[in-house]
Design a protein around this ligand. Structure first.
Ligand code: ZN
Length: 294
């Protein structure tokens, strides 16, 4: 039976890219509803051909991960778009995005925009901050919309991977998507962002082939709360803390007030950026304060 990947879903139909490169229109099998399975864009599936123009998805393969908004499965990375200025680069927001993305099992790539309009002072600040994020293992790209090197800069990061764009509003995510995918005219995004309405037209999600990889045609991660994260989990999503946690005196150390905490020691010596630990503590408090779920 042929296998393939769902590249888009529109009004009950799924468009599956098969191994022989055709896009096949498929129906979902009725039993999925009973089993509570909704095929998602990005799903790897098995299909059976019912006729010349008709096919049915018979099996949804195990997912690596999935997002709710936008609804996509099997994402490799999030291109996390932040501006250096207008709006100002916020480490608090960056750490929030990083924790949420790490919790979804997705690799973040940090992309700083508006390099062309940033003053030297802002550039230096952004550079010193991003040097730290590079040191803990994140890829950081600095660019601007209209940069002739934008495509060659992003190409190696996009090749062979499934990427969603995410980040601060007003940083040019939709423009970036339009630059990467010239044939794409986004109905969502910048205009409503500019008007401050934050309303996005409901539309389908599609994975498009860009630079030898796949990019979702929608700015992702509209929800940045920690509802799905437990208190004891949060520390795992701060990579540099996770890396030294085994040196903490207590096994379940929350890097809060415990004696012999290796994380706090490394914050003191400057090995771990103070703001990272501060934001971790703020997010931890947010999780502690949240209303119990029913
Ligand atoms: Zn600790």
């Amino acid at each position: 039976m042929p296998e393939g990947q769902i590249r888009k879903a529109i009004s009950g139909f799924y468009y599956v890219k098969s191994e022989n490169e055709n896009l096949i229109q498929c129906k979902g099998r009725g039993v999925f509803r009973n089993r509570g399975i909704t095929p998602l864009v990005g799903d790897f599936v098995t299909i059976v051909q019912d006729g010349d123009n008709d096919a049915t998805i018979t099996e949804v393969h195990k997912r690596k991960n999935e997002l709710v908004r936008p609804p996509i499965a099997n994402i490799d990375q999030a291109l996390l778009v932040f501006s250096i200025v207008e709006p100002d680069f916020s480490l608090h927001l960056l750490d929030r995005f990083l924790a949420v993305i790490e919790s979804a099992g997705i690799q973040p790539v940090i992309c700083l925009t508006k390099k062309d309009v940033a003053k030297d002072k802002d550039l230096r600040q952004a550079e010193s901050a991003t040097a730290y994020y590079r040191s803990i293992g994140y890829d950081v790209i600095a660019t601007f919309i209209g940069d002739p090197d934008l495509y060659p800069l992003l190409q190696p990061h996009l090749a062979g991977k499934t990427t969603v764009l995410a980040g601060q509003s007003g940083v040019g995510k939709s423009t970036l998507l339009n630059t990467l995918i010239p044939e794409l005219s986004l109905k969502t995004g910048e205009i409503s962002e500019a008007l401050g309405r934050g309303k996005h037209t409901t539309r389908h999600v599609e994975l498009l082939e860009v630079a030898g990889g796949l990019v979702a045609d929608t700015p992702g991660f509209s929800s940045l709360d920690f509802d799905h994260i437990e208190k004891e989990e949060l520390r795992d999503y701060f990579v540099e803390m996770e890396n030294v946690a085994h040196e903490c005196k207590f096994r379940g150390c929350l890097h809060l007030k415990e004696p012999g905490c290796a994380v706090k020691e490394k914050v003191e010596t400057g090995e771990i950026l103070q703001s990272r630990h501060t934001h971790y503590l703020q997010f931890l408090q947010e999780i502690t304060d949240r209303k119990p779920r029913y």
